[in-house]
Structures are given as C-alpha cells and as structure tokens.
Write a protein that binds this ligand. Structure first.
Ligand code: PGA
Length: 249
C-alpha cells in the first residue's frame, strides 16, 4: 500500500486526478471505476479541467460506478445517476453507452446484481476510485458485509443514512436500500485509489490501514490489494499509527 499525505483537500484532489489523467493518456480506452460522495468532487473538477484543456478525452473511456440507491428513481436529483451527470459526465465527451451505473429498477431487482457482475467481469477496471464511509464502508459494503460478495442489494446502515441525509431534505427521505458492487468486484480492479479528507475520517483510516482485516471495517480488506494508493489530507492521516514506517513500505 502506498500512502500519500497531502496538505489539504485541493492537493489530494490534484494528486488523485494526476494518476487518472496519466492512465487516460497512455490508455485512452481505459475502464474507470467511479465513486460518489463529497470526496471525489475535487478529483472530478480536475478531470473536467484536463478535458477542457484537451489533455484527455473520455471518447473511448468506459466508466463503472460503485453503487446506486434503490427506492428513488434514476431521475431523482440525489440518485447517483444524477450525481455523475451533474458533476462529471455532462461536461466531458463520454459516450452514453460507455457509462455504467448499477440499474435500480425495482421491478427487476432479482436480475440486476448478476447483470452488473457480468459487465464488471468483462471489463476489469484499470483504476477504481474509492471513498470511505465514516463506518469503514466502501461502495455500500457496510460493516458486516461478506468479503466475498459480488454485486448485491444491501440495506443501508443507519450511520450511512444519517451521513447522507445532508443531501436530502430529511433523514426519512434517504433511501433504505442500495445496489452495490461487492468487495470481490472492488478487489478485482487492477489499481485502487482511495481518497479521504478531514478529521471525521481519521479514526477509520487508521483502522483501515493498521487494523485487523475484518468485515467490521470493510475498507480493511484493501490491505490485501496488490496496488492500493491511499491519497488523504493531513487531517484524515492524523490518527494513523506508524505513518512514517508505513510510508517506507
Ligand atoms: P463522502 O462519502 O465522500 O461524502 O465522505 C464517502 C463514502 O461514504 O464512501
């Protein structure tokens, strides 16, 4: 695992974007795994900027999002489908058919996980972007989720619903279910970049990098990935024990 500690959120967004931009230049047909939430917003701004400067094109890029809420329509402003359009896709030249976000059509819920797994298996991600929940979740793999899961429908943890209620009018409006890549799908990516910012993530970041590998902290499984880069700001790094040692590994 490589740990890069940045002075602030802007620097971490630039560093994460630089890795993606470099890959996109050498591999214009790359498969890019995307995450939602507040943390990747700066990274996406940097990618839009690089596109506007004609450093990169998304014309041949395929994207695969981690997860989507179940129980709200794709057209809902807080769906991850809407999030991706509003924060990245509408600004770049990505082709509609190359965008993959888990389908959340409740009339076909039983079929959807296997359908997404099939897409993921045929399209190994060159880079997977990950955020991390305060409870250690990656995608919507909440504490307790099996480490061997592929795409599945999950009940959202109360902490996650509380954390995400800031995007909705109230806690009641936050969906209770989601469809998410499983940890097995996430681990299948060639390279993983996990980003985190702020003191509220400091405790869980230490657990993810130093703690035992446990379903109680889903991100801890990433210790076993052969190419993980953690890009975090000083605040998120502030509780990492043995940081100097870990950075030398
Ligand atoms: P955040 O969410 O980037 O909004 O903190 C991260 C996550 O829950 O995975």
């Amino acid at each position: 695992m490589k740990i890069i500690v940045c002075k602030d959120y802007d620097e971490l967004s630039q560093k994460a974007a630089a890795i993606v931009i470099k890959e996109m230049i050498v591999n214009p047909k790359m498969n890019l795994g995307l995450a939602t939430g507040s943390t990747p917003l700066g990274l996406y701004k940097n990618l839009i900027d690089a596109y506007e400067k004609e450093l990169i094109s998304f014309k041949e890029v395929s994207t695969f999002n981690l997860d989507e809420y179940v129980g709200i329509d794709r057209t809902h402003p807080q769906s991850y489908y809407s999030f991706m359009y509003e924060n990245l896709f509408k600004y770049v030249d990505i082709k509609e058919e190359n965008i993959h976000i888990p389908n959340n059509d409740i009339s076909r819920l039983n079929e959807l996980p296997a359908e997404y797994d099939k897409k993921l298996l045929g399209n190994q991600r060159d880079i997977q972007i990950l955020g991390i929940g305060k409870n250690g979740h990656i995608g919507f793999n909440e504490p307790g989720a099996s480490l061997s899961n592929e795409t599945f429908i999950t009940k959202l943890n109360e902490q996650t619903r509380i954390d995400n209620s800031r995007f909705f009018g109230s806690l009641e409006e936050v969906p209770k279910y989601a469809i998410t890549m499983g940890i097995k799908n996430i681990m299948y990516a060639k390279k993983i970049i996990m980003i985190a910012s702020g003191k509220r993530k400091a405790k869980v970041i230490n657990e993810a990098v130093n703690g035992p590998i446990t379903t109680a902290v889903p991100a801890s499984i990433l210790q076993l990935h052969p190419d993980l880069t953690l890009i975090i700001d000083k605040d998120a790094a502030s509780e990492i024990k043995n940081l100097d040692f870990l950075q030398q590994l």
